[in-house]
Ligand binder design. Sequence first.
Ligand SMILES: Cc1cc2nc3c(=O)[nH]c(=O)nc-3n(C[C@H](O)[C@H](O)[C@H](O)COP(=O)(O)OP(=O)(O)OC[C@H]3O[C@@H](n4cnc5c(N)ncnc54)[C@H](O)[C@@H]3O)c2cc1C
Length: 267
Amino acid sequence: MSEVSTPGATATPAASAALRAVPRSGWHVATVAAARRETPNASRLELEVDGWPGNAAGQHLDVRLTAPDGYTATRSYSIASSGPGTRVTLAVDKLPDGEVSPYLVDEVRAGDMLEVHGPLGAFFVWAPVAETGDARPVQLIAGGSGVVPLFAMAQAHGDADDPVPFRLLYSARTPDDVYFAGELQRLVGASAPFRLDLVYTRRAPEGWRAPAARITRETLEAAVFPAAEQPRVYVCGSTGFVERVADWLVELGHDPRSIRTERYGGT
Ligand SMILES: Cc1cc2nc3c(=O)[nH]c(=O)nc-3n(C[C@H](O)[C@H](O)[C@H](O)COP(=O)(O)OP(=O)(O)OC[C@H]3O[C@@H](n4cnc5c(N)ncnc54)[C@H](O)[C@@H]3O)c2cc1C
């Protein structure tokens, strides 16, 4: 049995003292290989997962924290990486009143252990045209940390040098809140066709083409592949964001069967 120490106890039950990674059937023990700030409010965790079978781009896993008194808290997290191998990347946004995310963002250190279950989800996934034969363009639409599984897809698309046109429309609060900023810029310049459209909701960079504002139906329409091109669309973010965007896409003529959504909760 491995034990995780939690320096600086927090007020939440799951993270209030030492947490234990208790192997159970169907679960894996993950060692945190690296933990670093992704944005001022989020951390990127590199996990080395014993027995991990590899995962498709877009899948998620469950993280379970167990307190010494046996209290457990389980939350789902998308996987920012894909492919074979036992290394898994997560990126977690801190919800100030949350039970699990403040622990994962502020407390977890390299060498700590976590319990994870996965990979999970067979619907919100993407694979190269060479595997699927599906040559339709792909439109990714992310709100905040909802970019995590979409980044995995964009990265897999770049790694495979997949010829299918990809676009990512990504809504972030400010330039500092953009996840995977360097990697996304590199994908823009790579040979697999990839376009990145950023929308800032609270503060845009100086001289940016548009003032900070939430995505509207009009900005969505201007950025995404038109319905006539029959794109496959993946939308991920808070529940409110995903539902608004999915409604607009249908109003704009997109086939609901071509729209796949992942809701993170919240409003
Ligand atoms: C399939 C899936 C994949 C996910 N992937 C990621 C990921 O890659 N990165 C990531 O940071 N999160 C991800 N989430 C969200 C994550 O599972 C947790 O919900 C989140 O970390 C909050 O947990 P918490 O224990 O800190 O907050 P909780 O204690 O559960 O909630 C605290 C408060 O925040 C509200 N709330 C819960 N979730 C959200 C939300 N997403 N937005 C706004 N308010 C919310 C709750 O209603 C509650 O009022 C994913 C969720 C799902 C279902």
